[in-house]
Design a protein around this ligand. Sequence first.
Ligand code: ACO
Length: 435
Amino acid sequence: MSDTETNKTFTLTNDETGEKYTLPVLEGSEGPPVVDIRKLYAETGHFTFDPSFTATGSCKSRLTFIDGEKGILMHRGYSIEDLASKSSFMEVAYLLLYGDLPNKAQKDKFEHDITYHTMVHEQINFFYRGFRRDAHPMAIMCGVMGGLSAFYHDSLDIYDPEQREISAHRLIAKVATLAAMTHKYTLGQPFMYPRNDLSFAENFLYMTFAVPAEPYKVNPVLASAMDKIFILHADHEQNASTSTVRLAGSSQANPFACIAAGIASLWGPSHGGANQAVLEMLDEIGSKDNIPEYLERAKDKDDPFRLMGFGHRVYKNFDPRANVLKKACDEVLDDLGIDDPRLELAMELERIALEDPYFVDRKLFPNVDFYSGIILKAMGFPTSMFTVLFALARTVGWVSQWKEMIEEPALRIGRPRQLYTGPKSRPYVDLDDRK
Ligand code: ACO
C-alpha cells in the first residue's frame, strides 16, 4: 500500500445505465481526502470537468500545506509565522529543496553554494541592451530567464541529480542578480556585480540600489524586511505559476525554460501582478472620501473593478502571510520615518471592507499583496518591480516543486482533457462557395 492509499472508496452511479463505479480514496498527511479518478475515463468513458481546478489535485507534494479555511500555511510542517520570525530565506530555500531545516554546517555550505553562483555570464549583459529601457521589468525577466538555458548547457540533463542540483542553485542565485540588473537597466544605471561578503537579501539590495560612484551601506531593517518578504513569497503549493512550471517541466523541458514559464504566469494581475495593482488602485482611489464609491464599484458585477489585494482562491480566512507582512510594514515605515498617506488609505479601506457584508459573506480578506505593495514602495522599489521581487522569491518554490516532480518515479507528461463545445464534423466548403 502506498503512503496515500486507504481502504475507503467513493461510488459514482451512472443515472442513465444504473451502473456503479467504485473509485479509490487517497489520504495525505493533512487536508481533505482525495478521490482518485485516474482510471475513470478508461473504466467509464467519462472525463471530469474542472476548468479552473477548484477541486482537482494535480500532484502529490510534500512541500507546502495550506488550510484556507483556517488561514494556515506550512512549509514541510513548519508554520509560516515561525519561519518568518525565526528563520532566514536561505534556510527556507534549503528546507523547501531538501525537506529539512539545515544544521549549521549544511546552512553554511548552502549559503556558500548559492553565493558563488550569483554572477551571470558576462554575455548576458548584452541581452539587456536588446530591450527598450521602458519595457516592463517582467517582460525583461521572462526573456532573460528563458535565455539562461542558452548559457548553462552543462547542467541541462534533468535526469542527472548532480546537474539538477547545480541548475537549482544557479536559478536561486542568479534570479536575484537578473532582477537587480533589470531594475538598473530600466533606470539607465550601470549593473552592480554581486558581493559575496553580503547575505542574500543584503546583496540583492546592494545590487539594486548601490551605484559605483558612492559607497552603499545596507540598512539592516530593510535587509531584514527584504528577507521576510522573500520567505513569505517562497512557495504556495499548486498555484497558477507553480502549476505552469510543473506542466512545462512534465514534458522534460529544461528548468530555466520552466521557470521562465512560471514568471510569465505570475505576471498577471490576478496572481503576482496584484501587488502592483494594489498601489495603482490606492493612487486611483486617492482619498478616504472616495472609498465608498470604489467599494460600490467592486461589488457591481457589471463593473470590471475589483478590490485588488482582497480575496484569494484558497484562503477563505485571513491570509497568514498578510498578518506577518502588516507587522513588517509598520517596522519599515517606522524606521524610515515614512508617513505614507497610502498606508492610511489602505488601513481605512481594509477596515471598511471588513465590515461590509459583501466582503464578509464572501470571505474576502486582505491577501499578502495588499501589504507587500506598500512596504516595497517604502523601501524604494518602483511599482513595476514588485512582481519581479515576487518572482525572485518564488523561484525557490518553483525550483523545489520542479525538482520534486522530476524525482517522482511515475512522472508522465501533464495533459488535461476538455469539454468540446465547437461545431460537429462538417464538410469543407470551397472558397468560391462560401457566403
Ligand atoms: N473584489 C470584489 N469582489 C471580489 C473580489 C475582489 N477582489 N474577489 C472576489 N470577489 C467576489 C467575486 O466576484 C465572487 O462574487 P460572486 O460570488 O457574487 O460571484 C466571489 O467574490 C468569489 O470570488 P471568485 O471570483 O470565485 O474568487 P476566485 O477564487 O476565482 O478569485 C482572486 C480569486 C483571483 C484572487 C480574486 O479574489 C481577485 O481577483 N482578487 C483581486 C486580485 C488579487 O488580489 N490577486 C492576488 C491573489 S494572491 C496572490 O496571487 C499572491
